[in-house]
Ligand binder design. Structure first.
Ligand SMILES: [Zn+2]
Length: 273
């Protein structure tokens, strides 16, 4: 089995959403990739039961006979079995099962099931942000929707939600500092993504040039990139976006705490204490 092909399949299994396809794979390669010898033996993933990253261990593969007894769509014209395969894994700590199902469609592999889904897992990951009050509720709801879209393979929609979150963040930073900025809200709204950053640059929580590239990548997901590119970059961009949101919220809280302390100090001082 060719290593490059294996790595391609491993990344597909781990990172791609439901109904995503891995093209140009023959049936015999498919059988090898999903056989007990060559299947991925362990997967580092967030366990929704243990509530932390765990190494899921390979338990076995199952060939679903009946589901696989279909005609080859463009193939030799006779039925074949084994087109649907399940790979099962288990969390060694709590026994939580992780299941993948693939279907071979003549010349490509389709991911037809994953349990728990990305949605279940990322919803849990995302909940950490909500539970610890790291991001605001509206952003949480929007990213939650992005996750639902992404887990079904609707990446353009997912990027649309993420960019909306980003735009809302930019506007809220503007509003908090409006009196110090030389454009009105209406004018600000009409500016392009990069000009907006220039106007509010000194009020952003992270001053490291992440905003421009993040904005371009999110917009690229909506207008330019292929589904594959969107799928490859989704999880990573989401983490960066969550980090930016959390930092901005922390900055706001830091500033308001600072104000309280300064007020308290001047009050005590004026009372001669
Ligand atoms: Zn577990």
């Amino acid at each position: 089995m060719n290593i490059e092909l294996k790595e391609k399949f491993y990344s597909f299994q781990k990172n791609d959403g439901l109904y995503c396809k891995l093209k140009g794979i023959g049936f015999s390669d498919y059988l090898s990739l999903t056989c007990s010898t060559d299947a991925i033996k362990s997967l580092d993933l967030y366990c929704p039961v243990c509530k932390q990253e765990k190494t899921f261990v390979f338990q076995g593969n199952v060939t679903v006979e009946l589901l696989g007894r279909n005609e080859y769509p463009n193939g030799p014209g006779k039925s074949y079995c084994g087109a649907t395969r399940l790979l099962s894994y288990e969390c060694p700590t709590c026994g939580k099962k992780l299941l993948y199902a693939f279907y071979h469609n003549g010349s490509e592999i389709v991911k037809i099931a994953q349990y728990p889904s990305f949605y279940d897992v990322s919803r849990d990951e995302l909940k950490k942000y909500k539970k610890n009050d790291l991001i605001d509720e509206e952003s949480f709801n929007q990213i939650y929707k992005a996750d639902i879209c992404a887990s079904s393979g609707y990446f353009v929609a997912a990027y649309t939600y993420m960019r909306r979150v980003y735009e809302t963040l930019m506007l809220s930073v503007f509003k908090q500092n409006e009196t110090n900025i030389d454009v009105s809200e209406e004018e600000f709204k009409k500016l392009g993504g990069h000009d907006k950053i220039q106007k509010i640059r000194s009020y952003l929580a992270i001053d490291d040039g992440i905003y421009g590239p993040l904005y371009s990548l999110l917009s690229g997901g909506i207008h330019t990139y292929t589904e594959e590119e969107c799928s490859d970059n989704y999880a990573f961009l989401k983490i960066v976006l969550l980090d930016v949101l959390a930092e901005q919220k922390a900055k706001k809280e830091r500033e308001s705490n600072r104000e309280v302390v300064l007020k308290l100090y001047s009050k005590m001082k004026s009372e001669g204490k």
